[in-house]
Design a protein around this ligand. Structure first.
Ligand SMILES: Nc1ncnc2c1ncn2[C@@H]1O[C@H](COP(=O)(O)OP(=O)(O)OP(=O)(O)O)[C@@H](O)[C@H]1O
Ligand SMILES: [Mg+2]
Length: 436
């Protein structure tokens, strides 16, 4: 507007003044409109900015929420990992901690002092952990000892060796009396001596006799002693514990005897029980002047066995079956009545026996009509059950070799010749003698 004032000549007349006034007001109005316009533009711009900022704010707030959730998640994760670290640390600590010694309480002196025998042998007077109930500390209890102070750390729950638990047959074998050929008399004897007292004890009570405590099966190898015991295990409902004589021979002094004692204790606990000791000659050999500490240990085990067999009530529900093929070397004390009351001989099968064993093993075989098992039985003089089974198998092999669908008589004859050959190859004159 200054421009106009400058440019315009000084008004001389009222008309000129009026014209100037008109121009100026015109100018002013224009400028006002311009300003109005600018203001509107500015307002629109501002509004737009505010809108932008608001949406940005929302966005940021959303991000913040997201981050906070992430943070919470990570924090819980961290707590979890920390817990895991603690657990693993304590676990590794446990793994690194020294092993505990196993001992047996032999005497309780007073509330805090106990005499224990460590498994290595020597006896110690030690203190027991305060967490152990004083009433549970009884002589004979098994416990764990700290390596340095030998203090009792905890008491062990069971006094039975895992090996003894392992002797119990959980799944009964699938052999039955029907799988045994030609031993009817022996099966009857064992039924009478083992099954009958367990099933019908009143019969014995009525007559007033003590049922037999145990039976001993003896005879040449491969005649079915183990098989017979398996069938007894299958047919009876009693617990069945099976141990091989050689398992009772242990490395350390007294361990074998302890195993026998625990075996009998567990059997008594679980009665009715049948204990089957296979190859009993491993511990039951006649006691002579023992030369080595090993011999003496075996003899101690035998003595424990004798004591264990005496220790039961006569009508008790624990029966013992022993099996051996060297009855001649067994200790006389084992054989006396009261221990093994019945000694059942399982001889080599005669012709009729061989025939029924062959029938048992041929039951599942595919056999031609021309096969005469009676003849086969006649040709296998002196063979035992295991041989006859092998003959059946070999006959099957011959038939397979010829790609026949059934086994024929000549397959059996070839098998007999082959099995006979295998046996005759062994060194002569060793029968009945043990290798020293
Ligand atoms: N009387 C039998 N009836 C059927 N099969 C038999 C007979 N005797 C032996 N066998 C067969 O021979 C195999 C071996 O028999 P088993 O293990 O009972 O012999 P064992 O008398 O215990 O011999 P060892 O004294 O050498 O231990 C059995 O698995 C079975 O197949
Ligand atoms: Mg056997």
């Amino acid at each position: 507007m200054g421009d106009i004032l400058h440019k315009a000549p000084d008004p001389q007349t009222p008309e000129e003044l009026y014209r100037l006034y008109r121009t100026l007001s015109e100018e002013l109005r224009e400028q006002l409109a311009q300003i109005e316009n600018d203001k509107h533009d500015l307002e629109v711009q501002m509004m737009e900015r505010v809108g932008n900022l608001e949406s940005r704010n929302l966005e940021l707030r959303e991000q913040l929420r997201q981050l906070e959730a992430d943070k919470r998640y990570i924090e819980t994760q961290k707590i979890r990992y920390e817990r895991e670290v603690r657990k693993l640390k304590s676990e590794s600590e446990q793994l690194r901690s020294p092993p505990l010694i196993i001992g047996t309480v032999t005497d309780v002196v007073d509330a805090s002092r106990v005499i224990v025998r460590s498994s290595a042998g020597p006896r110690f007077l030690v203190r027991s952990s305060p967490s152990i109930n004083a009433d549970d500390l009884k002589p004979g209890a098994r416990c764990t000892l700290n390596q340095q102070s030998l203090a009792i750390v905890e008491l062990l729950p069971s006094s039975f060796d895992a090996q003894v638990y392992g002797m119990e047959l959980v799944d009964s074998p699938h052999e039955t009396y029907a799988d045994i050929g030609g031993l009817e008399h022996q099966i009857n004897e064992i039924k009478e001596a083992v099954e009958l007292p367990l099933k019908r004890p009143e019969l014995f009570r009525n007559i007033g006799i003590d049922p037999p405590k145990g039976v001993l099966l003896h005879g040449p190898p491969g005649t079915g002693k183990t098989l017979l015991a398996k069938a007894v295990a299958h047919e009876t409902n009693a617990h069945f514990m099976r141990v091989v004589g050689s398992e009772l021979v242990q490395k350390y002094i007294g361990e074998g005897a302890r195993l026998v004692r625990e075996l009998f204790d567990l059997a008594k606990k679980k009665a009715p029980t049948i204990i089957f000791i296979d190859e009993i000659d491993a511990v039951g050999a006649s006691r002579t002047e023992a030369n080595t500490s090993g011999d003496r240990e075996v003899q101690r085990t035998l003595m424990q066995l004798l004591a264990g067999m005496d220790g039961f009530e006569n009508r008790g529900d624990v029966k013992i079956i022993g099996a051996t093929n060297r009855i001649d070397i067994l200790d006389k004390a084992l054989l006396r009545p009261g221990r093994f009351d019945r000694i059942i001989e399982i001889p080599l099968p005669n012709e009729a026996g061989r025939l029924s064993i062959l029938k048992v093993h041929c039951r599942s075989l595919n056999i031609n009509d021309d096969v005469d098992l009676t003849r086969v039985a006649g040709m296998t003089e002196g063979k035992n059950g295991a041989d006859l089974r092998a003959i059946c198998m070999e006959a099957g092999m011959f038939a397979i070799r010829k790609e026949c669908s059934a086994i024929r008589q000549d397959d059996f004859e070839a098998a007999i010749a082959k099995i006979g050959l295998d046996f005759n190859r062994g060194p002569a004159g060793v029968e009945g003698e043990m290798f020293a």
